[in-house]
Design a protein around this ligand. Structure first.
Ligand code: SAM
Length: 290
């Protein structure tokens, strides 16, 4: 697909380059924040699954604006983590690692030096296989890993925002989140395609149960899972669903014409180690035909 045909097909992809965001995902965080205002006053943040870094760019911009309003407070702190390397960003501490690994979680916690984050955001997505059950399961694992890290670094009252796939097991995830956050909302920004089952949970006012001690246990793999899907009665949580982003704004699924003055732009930050390069290398070496 040519550069300008993607520009034409995807208005948010085009706008991201025009406005200097590394990925169109920036608009999802901006639209969520427009709705929930969760970045107001934030000084310390964790961005999980951050590459190529557009959410970190949003954090960096908003946290430095916040700091200008309260210059007496310490400098903002942003820790960004991803499996893939990410080009440097001003004011962002970067860590390359797998968020489902204990060692990565421990490194993130150590950056906060006993202090706490005001917000943890996670836009994690596995490489989609097309097998829906498998994709949803891996996505849920990422979310639980993110929640686990969150319980170690988030201050009481803080916010957790994460991508979810709204599959059939979503009620189980909602119930687990409600244990830690009294307010859990599921939201779909205007810039997220209607055709995608992706949505975002916005979990506010972190309040772990009184006797809760954060551990490094993986909640799904380390506990008895049998029967937990059969949630009924009060255990079945109803989470409100909110569409966000200006409803008169661009529709992520529509094609908008290019104006005559429009010039195709290069991506702002090409991937440093794009996964397709390994696949092409293997193909070139006849790996798939062996
Ligand atoms: N929020 C990012 C931005 O605005 O630029 C985009 C994130 S992208 C949709 C999803 C990211 O999740 C990918 O960069 C991928 O490497 C990362 N990811 C997937 N599984 C991960 C894992 N187990 N640990 C860390 N990162 C992971």
């Amino acid at each position: 697909m040519g550069k300008s045909s993607k520009d034409k097909r995807d208005v948010y992809y085009r706008l991201a380059k025009e406005e200097g965001w590394r990925a169109r995902s920036a608009f999802k965080l901006l639209q969520l924040d427009e709705e929930f205002n969760f970045l107001q006053g934030v000084q310390r943040a964790v961005d999980l699954c951050a590459a190529p870094g557009s959410w970190s760019q949003v954090l960096s911009k908003r946290l430095s604006e916040n700091h200008k309003q309260t210059p007496q407070e310490p400098e903002p702190k942003i820790v960004a983590v991803d499996l893939q390397a990410m080009a440097p960003l001003d004011g962002v501490i970067q860590l390359q690692g797998d968020i489902t690994k204990k060692s990565t979680a421990e490194k993130i916690i150590s950056y906060f030096d006993g202090g706490m984050a005001d917000i943890v955001i996670c836009d994690g997505a596995p490489d989609v296989t097309g097998l829906h059950d498998m994709d949803e399961y891996i996505q849920a694992q990422l979310l639980l890993a993110a929640l686990n890290i969150t319980t170690h670094v988030l201050r009481p009252g803080g916010t957790f925002v994460a991508k979810i796939f709204r599959g059939k097991d979503i009620t189980l995830l909602y119930s687990q989140l409600k244990i830690f956050f009294p307010t859990v909302t599921c939201s779909k920004p205007r810039s997220s395609r209607n055709s995608s089952i992706e949505a975002f949970i916005v979990c506010q006012n972190y309040q772990p149960p009184a006797d809760y001690t954060p551990t490094m246990a993986n909640p799904l793999l380390d506990l008895q899972y049998d029967g937990m899907n059969e949630l009924t009665g009060p255990n079945r949580t109803i989470v409100p669903f909110i569409a966000c982003g200006d409803l008169n704004g661009y529709d992520a699924d529509r094609t908008y014409p290019l104006t005559s003055s429009y010039k195709a732009l290069d991506p702002l930050q090409p991937p440093i180690t794009a996964p397709y390069k390994t696949a092409m290398e293997l193909k070139r070496n006849n790996f798939y035909n062996k």
